[in-house]
Design a protein around this ligand. Sequence first.
Ligand SMILES: Nc1nc2c([nH]c(=O)n2[C@@H]2O[C@H](COP(=O)(O)OP(=O)(O)OP(=O)(O)O)[C@@H](O)[C@H]2O)c(=O)[nH]1
Length: 137
Amino acid sequence: MSETARSILLVAACALIDSDGRILLAQRPEGKSLAGLWEFPGGKVEPGETPEESLVRELHEELGITTKVACLAPLSFASHTYEKFHLLMPLYVCRRYEGIAHGKEGQALKWVKPQALRDYPMPPADEPLIPILQDLL
Ligand SMILES: Nc1nc2c([nH]c(=O)n2[C@@H]2O[C@H](COP(=O)(O)OP(=O)(O)OP(=O)(O)O)[C@@H](O)[C@H]2O)c(=O)[nH]1
């Protein structure tokens, strides 16, 4: 093991897609790490959860929408070394959900066209995911 070994943090994230093919981004609130940056909704996978179960829970808690494990399609993943941990973040696509997304934790939300994704500063881990989404949509 290298001297700078970091633990792996497993975070599940979701590209929620609307009927116009836009992607939902959420802005990280003040006071959190990477505040002000735009990210895919999601969060840490808790012990005993699968990544998919974690996302269904987070999407409900953060956005007030309801979806199912079967409605989450794996697309890609991010693997990025931050100072304190190494982030491993599977990215799912979800096109089937119920409800209207709103920032239940006070976070700003934005539906963004694929070609405009680069107008929203994102965490460095997310950078390689942008062309993958642009190719998909
Ligand atoms: N949900 C989400 N998290 C991301 C993305 N990109 C990225 O680097 N992350 C990182 O993954 C972690 C997600 O943790 P979280 O959302 O559950 O936790 P948090 O912000 O409340 O905790 P924190 O303030 O300790 O970072 C954060 O460190 C966040 O910076 C993304 O697109 N979506």
